[in-house]
Design a protein around this ligand. Structure first.
Ligand code: UDP
Length: 413
């Protein structure tokens, strides 16, 4: 087996790739367009960067488009995002007007690509209003919601629902996140790419060089959280947990590493809050990373004894998947997609407070055998459930169902 898919056969198994080819065969030449709001930063971009070329290699015509926004547009969509996650966000009419204006401009810019598509995946709320500008669409349009929308702020959801209701289908990451919509909804959790720079094996020298670069002492225990600087990721809570744990674990070090995403205007303010909480403590490394720091993130996750993802709300939490794949036990916030991945007491611990996180950290750092067992279980959990090949299979099945759903029988040869 050759090409990119051949490489995946080595990790996921040849049968898995054969099954993908079988599923894709009836859809050869099908035009699939994914639309989101950034090429860099955040989990969606991370997944599309590999999913799109893999879909093409299977014989479909896949492409990836990005909506271009103004500051007002991103301010508005950030409020949508927060409101979907339950915050009582008020979105002023002027921002809605800017959102709709920018959506129209994007619809014109993307008209040819979207008019000729057989399947359009619209990711999250940023590009959701595009559909309005394609009243005679020929393709099937799918709204792919990556966010925990289980308890949205109702006034904002009422508006977003009017945008996404007319889609042909929607996809959520977890059953808990799905909202009632007037079309079929599907559940497809995200995944990681085991061969990307973020997840590929690294040598001990590469990991050591990264630690040396940031002044991390390899002889002392290390806990790492990699996240955008976003309040829902609770970086200040991680600092609090670290402080509590340090009284039991002398020499403990903390890395909080993250960058902003191009579509996230709040990052800088949160970074300042984190720096204030760290108070210049030399054992707390707050690292502002550029968008292309995949290998650095890989090395930091591998250098960690324990990985933390203490989110208060989380769509899925690819950083958790990445850490489990590297055989690290994860202490995760008891929320959203983290619950699918951190099987409590097996692949890590679910926590709801800095005190809980500190207690679990102490346990994992004292009982190294247990910690290693959890790491092994975590890697296997990801191998079985959260590799990109599984997600690709589910997207193919969804597309096949939507474009050939009227057929009595779909022959896979
Ligand atoms: N990430 C990154 N640089 C950063 C912070 C995060 O490349 O500075 C990556 C991280 O490794 C993961 C993704 O962005 O692959 C974040 O996805 P996740 O689902 O954890 O959170 P999101 O940012 O989508 O809320």
């Amino acid at each position: 087996m050759s090409g990119m898919l051949g490489e995946y056969a080595r990790v996921a198994g040849a049968d898995v790739i054969r099954q993908l080819r079988l599923l894709a065969e009836p859809m050869r030449g099908l035009r699939v367009v994914h639309v989101n709001s950034t090429r860099l930063g955040g989990g969606v971009a991370e997944i599309l960067a590999k999913l799109v070329p893999l879909t093409s290699e299977l014989g479909l015509e896949a492409s990836w488009e990005v909506v271009e926004g103004s500051p007002g547009f991103y301010q508005c969509t950030k409020l949508f995002h927060n409101a979907l996650q339950g915050q009582q966000a008020h979105v002023p009419a002027s921002l809605i007007a800017e959102y709709e204006r920018v959506s129209e401009v994007n619809a014109e810019r993307l008209r040819v690509a979207l008019d000729t598509a057989d399947v359009v995946f619209i990711h999250d709320p940023q590009p959701a209003a595009l559909l309005r500008h394609f009243p005679r669409r020929r393709g099937k349009w799918i709204w792919r919601c990556h966010i925990d929308a289980s308890h949205p702020h109702r006034p904002v959801w009422a508006y977003l629902r009017s945008l996404v209701g007319p889609y042909d289908a929607s996809v959520f990451s977890l059953a808990d996140f799905a909202q009632m919509l007037p079309h079929p909804s599907y559940l497809i959790p995200p995944s990681i790419d085991p061969l990307s720079a973020k997840n590929a094996e690294l040598s001990a020298e590469q990991v050591a060089a990264c630690c040396a670069r940031f002044g991390i002492d390899r002889m002392r225990p290390l806990v790492v959280q990699v996240s955008r600087f976003d309040r829902f990721k609770d970086p200040v809570g991680v600092v609090a947990a670290f402080r509590l744990a340090r009284s039991f674990i002398p020499g403990l070090q903390l890395v909080l590493a993250g960058g902003g995403a191009a579509d996230d205007p709040e990052g800088e303010a949160v970074l300042r809050e984190v720096e204030a909480a760290a108070e210049g403590d030399p054992d707390i490394h707050v690292l502002l990373l550029p968008a292309d720091a995949d290998e650095v993130i890989n090395a930091l996750q591998r250098a960690a004894d324990v990985v933390m993802q203490k989110s208060l709300k989380e769509g899925f939490g690819l950083t958790v998947t990445e850490a489990l794949w590297k055989s690290k036990p994860v202490i995760g916030g008891n929320t959203g997609g983290i619950r699918l991945q951190v099987v409590d007491h097996q692949t890590g611990f679910l926590v709801s407070s800095p005190e809980g996180a500190a207690l679990r950290l102490r346990h994992l750092l004292h009982d190294r055998r247990r910690s290693a067992e959890m790491g092994r279980a975590g890697r296997e959990h990801v191998h079985q459930n959260f590799l990109i090949t599984r997600q690709l299979r589910e997207y193919l099945t969804l597309m096949l169902g939507l474009v050939r759903g009227a057929a009595d029988r779909i022959d896979l040869g």
